[in-house]
Design a protein around this ligand. Sequence first.
Ligand code: NAD
Ligand code: UFG
Length: 338
Amino acid sequence: MAILISGGAGFIGSHTCVELLNAGFDIAVLDNFCNSNAESCKRVEKITGKTFPVYTCDIRDKAGLDKVFAEVKPEAVIHFAGLKAVPESVQKPLLYYDNNIAGTVTLLQAMDDAGCKCIVFSSSATVYGDSNPVPFKEDMTEGNTTNPYGTTKLYIERILKDLCVSDPDWHVCILRYFNPIGAHESGMIGEAPNGIPNNLMPYITQVAVGKREKLSIYGDNYNTPDGTGVRDYIHVTDLAIGHVRAVERALKTAGAEIFNLGTGHGVSVLELVKAFEKACGKPLPYVIAERRPGDIDTSYADASRANELLNWKAERGVDKMCEDSWRWQKNNPNGYDE
Ligand code: NAD
Ligand code: UFG
C-alpha cells in the first residue's frame, strides 16, 4: 500500500516525497510535468536512497488515472497537482477552472472508482480573502477571493466537504498553506519557476544569482510596521513534514478537516530582503514600485489547530529559509535545466 502524490514532481510535492520516504511510506508520483521536471524525482531518490514509480499522467485523463490506480492501489492521495500563477489565472480563468477544478473532480472520480477514499489537499491562505482580521483561523468565513486561482481553491474545498456529507467513508484533510519558501538543506531540490517568477523568494534568489537586475517591492505604504506587505513565510521542509502528519491523521479520521500550515509570524518584504542579504553575503538591489493589484497588507496563520491535532509546529526560522533557498539557487542557477 502506497501514497500517490499528484503533482509530486513540483516544489512542495518533491519535498513532501522526501519526508514521506524518510518516514517509511511507499510512494508513487503522478504528474504531467507542465510546471516541473522529472529530474526532481531523481534527486529525491538520491537524497533518500530510495526509489519509487513516476507516472506521466494528467489529472483530467480519467482512463490514465484508472490505470495508475489499478497499478499502485494507493491507500491515500496527496493532491498537489494544479496551476498556481495568480496573474495567469486572471488572464486564463477557464484554463484554471478546467485544470484545477475539473481535474480534481476527475481525480476524485478515479479515487471513488478505485475505492481509495482518503485525500490530503493543497489549499491556500488565499481562501481567507481580503476581509478577515489576522491571524487567520480555520473557522473564519472563507470567500472574497481576489483572483480565479484563489477561487479554484475555495470551490475545491467545497467539493471535498460536499463529498464527505454524501459519503461518510471519505477521509479528507484540507491544508491551507501560507507562504512556502526555502529548499531541502542538501541544495538538491528547490523551487524552479518557469519564466519570470511571480513570487517574492524566487525573484529574490534570481536577483542574487545575477539572472535579474533588481527586485521591485510592490508598495511601501501598506498599513504594516515598515509599510511593505507582511506574510507568514514557512520553510518547505516544515510544510512537507506537515503533510506526513496530515496523511497519518487522515487515514484514521473520517470526514473533512481543515488545518492552517504556517508559522504564526508575519515577516515584511523588507525584513525578508535583509535576511536574504545576510544569507547570501551581498546587498540586493531593489526599487519601490506600485502596489500589485489584489495584494492584501498582512497575512499570517493561527496554526494552533495543526499544533494540537497534528502534533505539528514549524521549526525553521527565516534565516534558515533564506540560507536554504540561496544554497539551492546558487548550486542550480537554471533550476533543473543543465
Ligand atoms: P508546482 O507548480 O511546483 O507543483 C504543481 C505540480 O502539479 C507540478 O509538478 C505540475 O507539473 C503538476 N500539475 C499541474 N497541473 C497538472 C495536471 N493537470 N495533471 C498532472 N499534474 C499537474 O507548485 P507548488 O508550489 O509545489 O504547489 C503545489 C500545490 O500547492 C498547488 O496545488 C498549489 O496551488 C498549492 N499551493 C502553493 C502555494 C505556493 O506558494 N507555492 C501556496 C498555497 C497553495
Ligand atoms: N512581492 C514584491 N515583489 C515581488 C513579488 C512579491 O514586493 O516581486 C511582495 C508582495 O506584494 C507580497 C509579498 O511580496 O507583499 C509576497 O508575495 P508572493 O507573491 O510571494 O506571495 P503572495 O502572498 O502574494 O501569494 C502566495 C501564493 C499564492 C497564495 C497566496 C495566499 O503565491 O498562491 O500566497 O496567501 F494564494
